[in-house]
Design a protein around this ligand. Structure first.
Ligand code: ZN
Ligand code: ZN
Ligand code: FE
Length: 758
């Protein structure tokens, strides 16, 4: 026997549930090394022994050749005394050792190997709706605790049959130590209920498909909750689902059978095709060329498409039968997605005609992610399935901390050391069910990360439900507040890895956020670092009369803007004629007396106002609806000339951007008969030029040449791309949201970073 050495490797990162131990086993075996590997709460620990060159080689391959879904963040290496022995073992999980944390994997769409088996009549998993392997399948939504083993998933109740056990135990098999594997003999069972006698197994899927082809709505239990599914080409079915869900005009997402179907419906670049078909399979917003049923996405220039991401979806979309399904979250408007089977029958009664379900429990709700490609790069619009609970790296160390986000499109985030874990999309906190979902998601995240927060960070809005929630949960722990737009900017700085002392010019354009002066902010330019910010410019204040009413009725915002600009309410202005006489009198009284009015600098509301003035939309069903239609109108217009904001400088050095001159220009155009599309395009150019001009002005004072764009208004791709282009033409470095959404679903990270330093 030659010289032997033994080394211990402690590997941390995303290394459980991704085939890491099998990879270690195979690598060690190839190199003729003995030893063992085990999962610990801190990650994976390996000891290898043998020829020193091979041991060294093993150390190199451990990080260099890790399996595709693994993310190795650190490998700590130490010497051990050789103990001899032959063979390499995968030890049982050791939940007692280790103080660090391991990272759970997100859910992964079914891989190509599993898909091939699914449709292979000779394979023993032919048509098995739960086919999965080391490289794909459910993770986040089935893990109940770490370390990740079958016993700590919702598959615990499905003991492996002999055939599955052999694959599970065979290091050469693709299913070696894959926790959620199953087959027809030992796996969960499908069941269709609600439409006559209950049927199970393949017949349940067949019948669900027939019901859908027949124009019915079927509740389908997926990875992270129930969807409501119907034939996307059947107008009657889609309109009925829209009516039942009280959905207004908010677009539905569509799942298509294959890329061929997608290509008939939308235009796609290579980047977009990659995003659509990759391992995460989010909903991708794409410019539509075919309408499908008119009620799928009325008024929207885009279609939200996704590919089947579970074996069940593949079976559901088989020919003959619809090749495109509306797949919308199984919930009533505003409630969180339903995951529990009994609750699904109860809460989706009246929405679904039948329920296609199975007996694998869902540990936490997780909606589909939504994204689009902007300038060749992904822009997250909802970061959920496929992302959660992947950690984000932080630019500096933080103590264990919880940030609770904002009230709309809520997400929360935990962080400790150099990592933050942003939760899946939770929803709007205006109902108790969503608040309960926040509690459950936060607890699950604590279980998966081991982070026990000692500090809670909340928005500065005294009326936010998330703030009340945090104060209730605090139990003596410290609670810190962070201004809303400061958090928006810090999130963008954070995801771009800017250091602790960095300073940017932050442009935060959104709908609402509580300002330090008590006004509703939303058109803000902040000179910002993580530790502090200074407001350097803002959109001029107009009265927000009656709060939410003016958010739902853009014509009121238009009239408030006209009133503030000293422009008379003329009957030939679309926004004015949209306002009933009585409401007009009340509104005038409110504006003149200030009764029920809060000043707002919201850029989102200015977009609403312009949409109404152009007659595009006077009443909205959901936030940003008017702005989305305004953008759709403006998109095809090339090279529009801009109007100009009036810029006024206060004694304190604060710039106020007065929208009055812009409104005058718009009304002139409208009276001259300029097409609404051209006016809409000119308005977009105007806002982009405002950002550029304010950035130039501030660079002149401060020398800061980095601009961070944030806030829900930048979901508008036309505005985002134009603004970036104008800034880059003047040599600014532009940072924009990518991993996290620009809207309030992205602010928890910023709250973590700001709250940890203040
Ligand atoms: Zn697979
Ligand atoms: Zn089996
Ligand atoms: Fe916001």
């Amino acid at each position: 026997m030659g010289e032997r050495t033994r080394r211990r490797f402690e590997v941390s990162g995303l290394v459980q549930g991704v085939g890491f131990r099998p990879f270690v086993y195979v690598t060690a075996s190839e190199l003729g090394l003995s030893g063992h590997v085990a999962n610990t709460p801190a990650g994976v620990v390996v000891e290898v022994e043998g020829d020193p060159r091979s041991v060294q080689d093993f150390g190199r391959r451990l990080s260099a050749d890790a399996p595709p879904l693994a993310q190795v963040t650190e490998v700590r290496e130490s010497w051990c005394e050789p103990v001899g022995g032959t063979g390499f073992a995968i030890a049982d999980s050791d939940s007692d050792r280790g103080q660090g944390r391991t990272l759970a994997s997100p859910d992964v769409a079914t891989c190509a190997d599993c898909l091939a088996e699914l449709i292979d009549p000779d394979n023993r998993r032919h048509r098995h709706p739960f086919i999965t392997c080391t490289n794909c399948g459910p993770r986040f939504t089935i893990i109940t605790a770490l370390p990740y083993d079958r016993a700590s998933t919702t598959m615990a109740g499905f003991p492996l049959c002999d055939a599955c056990r052999r694959e599970y135990d065979d290091p050469a098999d693709r299913r070696f130590h894959a926790q959620p594997i199953a087959c027809h003999d030992c796996g969960p069972t499908m069941e269709l209920v609600g439409a006559g006698e209950a049927v199970t197994g393949d017949a349940a899927v067949q019948q669900a498909r027939e019901l859908i082809a027949d124009g019915r709505v079927v509740a389908v239990k997926g990875l992270g909750g129930y969807h409501l599914a119907c034939d996307a080409r059947n107008e009657q079915a889609v309109a009925e689902l829209r009516r039942r869900k009280r959905r207004g005009d908010k677009p539905f997402a569509v799942m298509v059978r294959d890329l061929g179907t997608a290509a008939e419906l939308v235009r796609m670049t290579d980047d977009e095709r990659r995003l659509l078909t990759g391992t995460r399979k989010p909903i991708v917003l794409l410019p539509r060329i075919d309408a499908l049923a008119a009620s799928v996405a009325p008024g929207s220039p885009d279609l939200g498409l996704m590919m089947p991401y579970t074996p069940l979806h593949v079976l559901l979309l088989e020919a003959p039968g619809p090749d495109a399904l509306v797949m919308t979250s199984g919930n009533r408007s505003g409630e969180p997605i339903v995951t529990d089977d009994d609750e699904a029958v109860l809460r989706l009664r009246g929405l679904a005609d039948a329920w296609l379900r199975h007996d694998r429990p869902i540990r936490v709700p997780c909606d589909d992610s939504v994204a689009r490609v902007v300038g060749g790069e992904e822009l997250a619009l909802r970061r959920s399935r496929g992302h959660a609970p992947l950690p984000l790296a932080l630019p500096f160390d933080v103590e264990p901390v919880l940030a609770v986000g904002a009230d709309l499109k809520n997400t929360c985030a935990l962080a400790a050391g150099r990592y933050a874990w942003v939760s899946q999309h939770i929803g709007d906190l205006d109902d108790v069910a969503t608040q309960a979902a926040l509690t459950a998601s936060e607890q699950h995240l604590e279980e998966l990360t081991g982070v026990r927060p000692e500090l809670l960070v909340v928005d500065a809005h005294p009326g936010y439900r998330s703030v009340a929630w945090a104060r209730e949960q605090a139990a003596g722990r410290r609670v810190r507040t962070v201004q809303h737009h400061h958090a928006h900017i810090a999130s963008v700085m954070g995801e771009h890895g800017l250091g602790v002392d960095a300073e940017v010019l932050g442009v935060a354009f959104d709908g609402t956020g509580y300002g330090t002066d008590g006004a509703v902010w939303g058109g803000e330019v902040l000179m910002a670092g993580y530790k502090s910010f200074r407001r350097v410019a803002h959109l001029g204040y107009v009265p927000l009369a009656g709060g939410d009413v003016s958010i739902r009725r853009p014509y009121r915002m238009a009239m408030a803007h006209l009133w503030s600009a000293g422009i008379a309410w003329a009957e030939d202005t679309a926004a004015v004629s949209a306002c009933p006489d009585i409401e007009r009198r009340v509104l005038r009284h409110q504006l003149e007396t200030g009764l029920g009015c809060v000043p707002t600098s919201s850029m989102g509301r200015l977009f609403d106002a312009v949409a109404s003035i152009l007659g595009v939309r006077h009443v909205v069903d959901y936030e940003a609806e008017a702005a989305i239609e305004l953008e759709a109108l403006a998109r095809p217009v090339p090279d529009p000339a801009a109007y100009t904001f009036g810029l006024e400088l206060s004694a304190a050095g604060l710039v106020r951007a007065d929208p009055g001159p812009v409104l005058v220009g718009i009304l002139d155009d409208v009276r001259r008969g300029t097409p609404a599309a051209v006016v809409a395009a000119r308005f977009h150019a105007t806002v982009a030029e405002l950002v550029r001009d304010l950035a130039e002005l501030e660079r002149g004072h401060s020398g800061v040449g980095t601009v961070a764009l944030a806030g829900g208004v930048f979901q508008n791709t036309l505005l985002l791309t134009t603004t970036i282009r104008l800034l880059e033409e003047r040599d600014f470095t532009v940072l924009r949201p990518r991993l996290l959404p620009p809207h309030d679903g992205g602010i928890a990270l910023g709250q973590i970073l700001v709250g940890s330093l203040s």
